[in-house]
Design a protein around this ligand. Structure first.
Ligand SMILES: [Zn+2]
Length: 339
């Protein structure tokens, strides 16, 4: 029996539930110089052609990417000047002990450094801490911070996760800890290393609580935030659109734009485009539209509206370009092919 196309219309893909034509031209962001995606995951060389095709369409030129070391060299060779790698460990530690994994990570830090990397990422989301049994303030990580200081590098941390997860899959606080404990862990380490340039990924992991973000920025002058993660930011920035807009304007020098785009074998032009489309609508326009991307954190009948921030041009210039360039200059990183 074949499907009847009238009775059974094809289900729209989760990245495009509102039938957006992602191939429709969109003017480049109104930015002098390169547009930089400060937080993304181009995971493999074989994903790069779809990635750069979509990026070109949306006017995004250069990328701070968390690419596995094994894939980094080929991407750097074939897309020179487009990528700067953030130091990441092997994601999976199931085949090694924690000590072996840390040892491998420490060697990767130096190998990434030789490829031009100047920032080390610590993924300290509640689920990751639990799975690895490793906290940001663990003594085992002190040699990493010492290496960062010695090499004049920066740190990026992912601390916190969506509030919907704290009330959902992390509700068992005895297993996962509380949000307050996670932020105490983070600020404790930042107090220990006050001179390290630091990026709090995903709006410091708590876009739901803008006063918390303001007090973090006020206490830690070397802290910047990236505003990456598509569904999370669309949901939570839109939910408090005016408050978020004021925060962006007030902290114009302290936020870098990023997407948290993740490449994949099944992620072609349209999927990748949906992320950059949504981020650009959110930052640049006053659109109030249903988000094209399905948000699994909310029920079907409560899907978020995207409410654009319509940020002023001078601020977009900083978010997409100036702040990233200044941050990178402090740590000696560039988008030149061989840094
Ligand atoms: Zn990410």
């Amino acid at each position: 029996m074949t499907a009847d196309p009238v009775a059974d219309p094809p289900k729209p893909p989760e990245h495009n539930r509102t039938d957006v034509d992602f191939r429709k031209p969109m003017p480049r962001p109104k930015v002098r110089g390169i547009v930089i995606d400060f937080h993304c995951h181009l995971l493999a060389h074989r994903h790069a052609s779809a990635w750069f095709e979509s990026a070109r369409h949306y006017g995004i030129d250069c990328f701070l990417t968390m690419t596995p070391l094994e894939e980094a060299m080929g991407i750097q060779r074939d897309y020179p000047g487009k990528v700067n790698f953030i130091v990441v460990p092997k994601w999976d530690l199931s085949t090694t002990t924690l000590a072996q994994w840390l040892d491998d990570w420490r060697r990767r830090l130096d190998m990434f450094y030789n490829l031009g990397s100047r920032m080390v990422k610590f993924h300290m989301a509640p689920g990751t801490i639990h799975r690895r049994g490793l906290k940001l303030d663990a003594p085992e990580l002190e040699p990493f911070f010492e290496a960062v200081i010695e090499r004049k590098m920066a740190v990026m941390t992912h601390v916190g996760d969506p509030e919907t997860w704290y009330t959902g899959k992390y509700a068992d606080a005895a297993t996962y800890g509380t949000r307050e404990e996670h932020y105490a862990m983070w600020t404790g380490v930042m107090r220990r290393y006050p001179h390290i340039p630091w990026v709090g990924a995903h709006m410091g992991g708590n876009p739901e609580n803008i006063p918390r973000l303001q007090s973090l920025l006020d206490e830690f002058p070397n802290l910047s935030l990236d505003c990456s993660a598509t569904r999370w930011m669309v949901r939570e920035i839109s939910a408090r659109r005016d408050e978020a807009r004021e925060f962006f304007i007030k902290n114009a020098e302290r936020i870098m734009w990023g997407s948290d785009q993740v490449s994949g074998d099944d992620r072609g032009f349209d999927f990748l485009s949906s992320r950059w489309w949504a981020h650009r609508k959110l930052m640049e326009t006053a659109a109030i539209v249903p988000t094209p991307i399905f948000d699994p954190d909310l029920p079907e009948d409560k899907q978020p509206m995207l409410r654009g921030l319509a940020l002023p041009d001078e601020l977009l210039q900083k978010l997409y370009h100036d702040n990233a360039i200044k941050f990178l200059a402090r740590i000696g990183a560039t988008f030149d092919a061989w840094g």
